[in-house]
Ligand binder design. Structure first.
Ligand SMILES: Nc1ncnc2c1ncn2[C@@H]1O[C@H](COP(=O)(O)OP(=O)(O)OP(=O)(O)O)[C@@H](O)[C@H]1O
Ligand SMILES: O=P(O)(O)OC[C@H]1O[C@](O)(CO)[C@@H](O)[C@@H]1O
Ligand SMILES: [Mg+2]
Length: 539
């Protein structure tokens, strides 16, 4: 690749068939980062279809640092680069500076301190010889040039949405990283989520004030749902002279971050917006896994173990453990796979039914006959339609517009009790454990702490280098800068058609609940939807 193509502005990829190459330069200068994103999305979609001919090769166009558009063709096959915006895309005259990192003792003897501007991270690592190379993201890490001088930086950090182990570690590492690596002193904490920008006072954050916070669960800055008002938030950012915004939160929060970035760009102000993805549900698209997830799965083991101890100590013991997972069953699936004490795992993605052949009641009875006890792990979002029918409830929403769930754990406990007592005339011992908030209110474990450090430092390097409107996260174990829209356009769910769910079924030997017509109908639709929203779930 041509070293002169080291770009700071978003590179553009266009189909040779769609744009005559002679007019490329003229066309590209008028493409905004927004329309660029849309353009790439269109092309990306068609590339996923294997029927696309290899003649429809992509050529890529980059805007190099001197502003000249250059064109090169990837020789190894079709290749899509989804870059993140850069401050220079709307502030072209912004001066750059030598990165001070090399002068810090931490990096003094590092051989390759800086990430090459040519480094990209592939979203797909398993490829076939003849298939396109697929989507790539800009590799995260320190850059040779930065677009902020240390004394000029006035950063802020905000945390939004639900709790998750490790939030405090991320806050701590942003503060310490900015200060130690880049000599930044001005770091503000926005309290109470997005609404804190315009309704609360800020708190000054220093390495000393955040030194111990990683040992506590929760968020040192407090959080909230709802209250996102883009104009008020950006007004506040401008009024306070903030020029780097670090936003920690889930899919809703990242949508809010995208709105802030767009407003900042519209106003043409020098503010870098960096998103750090957080969610206990692990439902954020593109990234390998969200921080705190492993800690939560580990904590869930304690609840499962307690249920198992309880039910094996009584006759016909049936334990139910309800875990978090609004729309996705990752925590339940992983906790089940890790534990081996679980007989059946129920998640929102996999429909189930209670009565008749192949149903849950039949399976419970079979396990009680075989083992004398059994444990069910239930994701809170599973079977919501049944619960709603039973309770004749209308769907309520939280301040962010998320559906409020009904207690499927209580519902299932009651259903099993009724069935065995009234229909089967069998005495059973039900134990229902609901550790929902306990698994996310704890501090992060060792590996999540390290992961949080990497996220924080990658976000800092990206913002200092002038990237903006990005989410940072590991893609196939390499940290990358991902356009925010890519992580918000879909939510990760457990794919029943993937091998991971098959591994769980093979491990628990539970029914797949596919023998009921109603479920079969829904299941078929689910598979179609899965393919339509094809994305990689890569744990
Ligand atoms: N589409 C949106 N545009 C702008 N802001 C949004 C949007 N969706 C949600 N937000 C804001 O983002 C914040 C957090 O959203 P939400 O409560 O959905 O949590 P989340 O970030 O998805 O995290 P979690 O996974 O814990 O639920 C809220 O302040 C909400 O107002
Ligand atoms: O904290 P709240 O508002 O009760 O929300 C709980 C929800 O948040 C999540 O933990 C996601 O953050 C879901 O698993 C759960 O349904
Ligand atoms: Mg969410």
């Amino acid at each position: 690749m041509d070293a002169a193509l080291s770009s700071t502005s978003p590179p553009l990829y266009l189909s040779r068939n769609s744009v005559p190459s002679t007019s490329l330069n003229a066309k590209i200068t008028s493409v905004t980062s927004l329309s660029f994103a849309n353009f790439v999305l269109t092309k990306k979609f068609s590339l996923r279809r294997p029927s696309i001919s290899r003649h429809n090769r992509l050529i890529k166009v980059r805007t190099s640092e001197d502003g000249a558009n250059k064109l090169s063709e990837d020789q190894n096959g079709d290749f899509i680069f989804e870059d993140v915006p850069h401050l220079t895309s709307f502030l072209p005259d912004l001066p750059s500076y030598t990165n001070p990192l090399k002068k810090t003792q931490a990096y003094a003897i590092v051989k390759r301190t800086f990430v090459s501007p040519e480094d990209v991270v592939a979203q797909k690592v398993v490829v076939q010889k003849e298939t396109p190379r697929g989507i790539h993201f800009r590799r995260a890490g320190p850059r040779e040039k930065v677009y902020f001088q240390s004394e000029e930086v006035r950063a802020c950090i905000v945390t939004c949405g639900g709790l998750c182990p490790g939030i405090n570690t991320v806050i701590r590492e942003i503060v310490c990283g900015l200060n130690i690596m880049y000599g930044v002193d001005e770091i503000l904490g926005i309290q109470g989520g997005y609404r804190g920008f315009y309704s609360k006072n800020t708190v000054q954050l220093t390495p000393k004030s955040v030194n111990d916070i990683h040992k506590r669960g929760g968020t040192f800055l407090q959080t909230s749902r709802g209250g996102h008002d883009t104009i008020k938030i950006v007004d506040n950012i401008q009024d306070r002279g903030i020029n780097q915004v670090y936003i920690i939160g889930g899919d809703g929060t990242q949508k809010g971050a995208a709105a802030i970035y767009k407003e900042v760009e519209r106003r043409g102000i020098k503010v870098a917006v960096a998103g750090i993805p957080k969610t206990i549900d692990n439902d954020i698209a593109v990234i390998d896994k969200s921080f705190g997830f492993d800690t939560a799965v580990e904590e869930a083991q304690r609840a499962i173990n307690a249920a198992h101890v309880e039910v094996e100590s009584v006759e016909n013991g049936v334990g139910i453990v309800k875990l978090m997972g609004r729309y996705s069953g990752f925590i339940a699936m992983h906790a089940t796979l890790a534990s081996r004490d679980v007989d059946c795992c129920l998640i929102p993605e996999s429909p189930f039914y209670l009565e008749g052949q192949g149903g849950l009641f039949e399976f419970v009875e079979q396990r009680l006959k075989e083992n004398g006890h059994m444990v069910i792990v239930l994701a809170e979002g599973a079977g919501q339609e049944y619960v709603a029918q039973s309770f004749h409830s209308s769907s309520e929403k939280d301040a962010s517009g998320n559906r409020l769930l009904l207690d499927v754990g209580l519902w299932l406990t009651q259903k099993i009790k009724d069935h065995f007592t009234n229909v089967r005339k069998m005495a059973i011992n039900m134990k229902y454990i609901d550790p929902t908030y306990m698994i996310r209110a704890i501090p992060s474990n060792a590996s999540d702490n390290i992961y949080c450090t990497l996220l924080a430092q990658s976000a800092i390097h990206g913002a200092m280098a002038g990237y903006t409107g990005f989410t940072v996260g590991p893609v196939n174990s390499r940290h990358a800068y991902i356009p925010i829209s890519r992580v918000t356009e879909t939510q990760n769910i457990v794919k029943l058609t993937d091998r991971m769910w098959a591994r769980l079924l093979a491990s628990t030997n539970q029914p797949s609940f596919l023998s009921c017509e109603v479920v079969q109908e829904r299941f078929a639709k689910k598979i179609d939807d899965d393919f339509d929203n094809l994305k990689i779930t890569s744990i």
